[in-house]
Design a protein around this ligand. Structure first.
Ligand code: V55
Ligand code: FE
Length: 491
């Protein structure tokens, strides 16, 4: 698109679309199971303006909140920009005013002090409210019926942390939402804020803890007994940022660090463990404990950071397709002294995991995530890291059983949501958007409904989309009865 950089962050599937729209009754091929009733919210980064810097990352693209409303086999679709302070300032100026990713020193002076976050990572539903999140700032509340932005969210003034993760954990039994913020005390601070909101959405706990270094903590985990904070060696440096440089640089020689504490405990009781040097992890499949001292953390690890811009800032030049990785189980024994833990492979490399919400933090038998089909051909250029996934996997960590749904040649798959089935014997449904290249810089997207227990059979229903779609980051499923009980008014 004219004016946007000719880089993987702004071309092919990542070509900016920038269109807010709403469409009712999309055509459905096949039949959507009637038990799928609710809203599939998606976070879609899409830059509203040509960036100020030529080598800008798609991670700075303005967040759009998108919703598939699925009801009695019918599908409606809508997408709107999150009206962040940053979006509104740039809309008024008709141009970008914010510079490099997480570097306020590169901004136009007219926006000094304006909230820089773009709310582009995960739609989070808790206690009847919808939030659009990004780890570099606080969430924005959005009306789930109209997709209009309500405003920045700080728990009615109670939240002290300047940041909130895009990867919260909602306990399936208590309804509490556990979350954290890193760089909680401001740019490059080593402060971690560990927070709990009760089932009604009140902030009931916020504790701060000083991490060993200022690094990447994109996701975390909460088991029935413990909270687990994994820190990876992609580090931020204030001097580099002040000089106008990149926020992140991956440190291949630095160890990762995993903090574990009782989930309702004092942060002073945090135990630190040290793992492989240079390893990078963004997402956790699940974690659980054995009721005692053993903690299991299942995650997607790679030998170095998968974001080219985070590697290149440290002079690491590698091709995404040549970076080794694996899905692993990290096992911690809190009854033992020392900082060691065990690592075992449980599945092929990949990312963007899903398990049933009811099993978060509990022992579980299977999960799904995105990966590369070895026979799928070269990946399409798209998504946050520039290489789009082209397969869906189902793994059983204990038995080693592996199933794959491969996609047509030159296709991409976005992260699915999981929707439980009424029949407890049925594994439920996965719903996601897929994209297929059909011509020169021409793509067709479809919403797919997949039987979670039979993914290799392919979709049971497809919804062809009438418009081009930019890749999603994360999504969230909200059942219709929960949506009906939302705080926000319908008009
Ligand atoms: C990630 C995504 C982000 C971000 C930092 O997937 C890390 C990882 C979409 O924004 O700002
Ligand atoms: Fe993420």
């Amino acid at each position: 698109m004219t004016g946007f950089p000719n880089t993987p962050d702004f071309t092919e599937l990542n070509t900016p679309v920038r269109i807010e729209l709403e469409v009712q009754n999309l055509p459905v091929e096949g039949e959507i199971p009637p038990e799928i009733n609710g809203a599939f919210f998606r976070a879609v980064p899409d830059p509203a303006h040509v960036p100020m810097v030529e080598n800008d990352t798609g991670l700075s693209a303005d967040g759009m909140v998108s919703r598939f409303l699925i009801e009695d086999g019918h599908v409606d679709y809508a997408i709107k920009y999150v009206k962040t302070a940053r979006y509104l300032a740039e809309q008024k100026a008709r141009k970008a005013l914010f510079g490099r990713y997480r570097n306020p020193f590169t901004d136009n002076p007219s926006v000094e002090g304006v909230d820089r976050t773009v709310s582009n990572t995960t739609p989070v539903w808790h206690a009847g409210r919808l939030f659009m999140t990004k780890e570099d700032g606080r969430a924005y509340e959005v009306n789930p019926h109209t997709l209009e932005t309500i405003g920045s969210w700080d728990y009615h003034g109670a939240l002290k942390s300047q940041t909130m993760t895009a990867h919260v954990r909602v306990d399936p039994d208590t309804g509490e939402m556990f979350f954290f913020g890193y760089e909680a005390g401001g740019l490059c601070s080593k402060e971690l804020a560990y927070c709990i909101a009760d089932k009604d959405g009140n902030l009931v706990s916020e504790q701060w803890y000083e991490l060993p270094y200022c690094g990447m903590m994109h996701d975390f985990a909460v088991t029935e007994k413990y909270a687990i904070f994994p820190l990876f060696p992609t580090t931020a440096d204030l001097e580099r940022i002040k000089a106008g440089g990149p926020h992140w640089a991956h440190d291949q020689d630095l160890e990762c660090w995993i903090g574990i504490m009782p989930r309702y405990g004092d942060v002073k009781s945090m135990r630190g463990f040290k793992g492989p040097k240079g390893v990078s992890v963004f997402h956790i499949l699940n974690a659980f404990d054995d009721g005692g001292d053993r903690v299991f953390l299942d995650l997607h690890a790679t030998e170095t950071n998968m974001f080219p811009f985070m590697r290149e800032a440290a002079g690491i030049h590698r091709d995404n397709s040549e970076i080794p990785g694996a899905t692993q189980r990290w096992t911690f024994d809190l009854s033992k002294d020392g900082e060691d833990f065990e690592i075992a492979d449980i599945g092929p490399p990949g990312d963007l995991p899903r398990i049933p919400d009811a099993l978060h933090g509990r022992p579980y038998t299977h999960g799904w995530y995105l990966s590369m089909n070895p026979e799928g051909g070269p990946p399409l250029t798209g998504g946050p890291v520039g290489t789009a996934f082209n397969a869906l996997l189902r793994i059983e960590p204990e038995t080693g059983r592996l199933d794959m749904m491969s996609l047509p040649f030159e296709s991409a798959i976005n992260e699915p949501v999981h929707i439980p089935a009424d029949d407890p014997e049925h594994e439920g449904w996965l719903v996601c958007v897929t994209d297929r290249k059909v011509g020169d810089n021409d793509y067709k997207s479809e919403l797919w409904v997949i039987d979670g227990g039979n993914i290799s059979a392919g979709p049971v229903a497809k919804v062809p989309m009438p418009c081009r779609m930019r890749p999603q980051v994360h999504g969230w499923w909200v059942p219709m009865d929960a949506l009906e009980k939302a705080h926000a008014a319908k008009d």
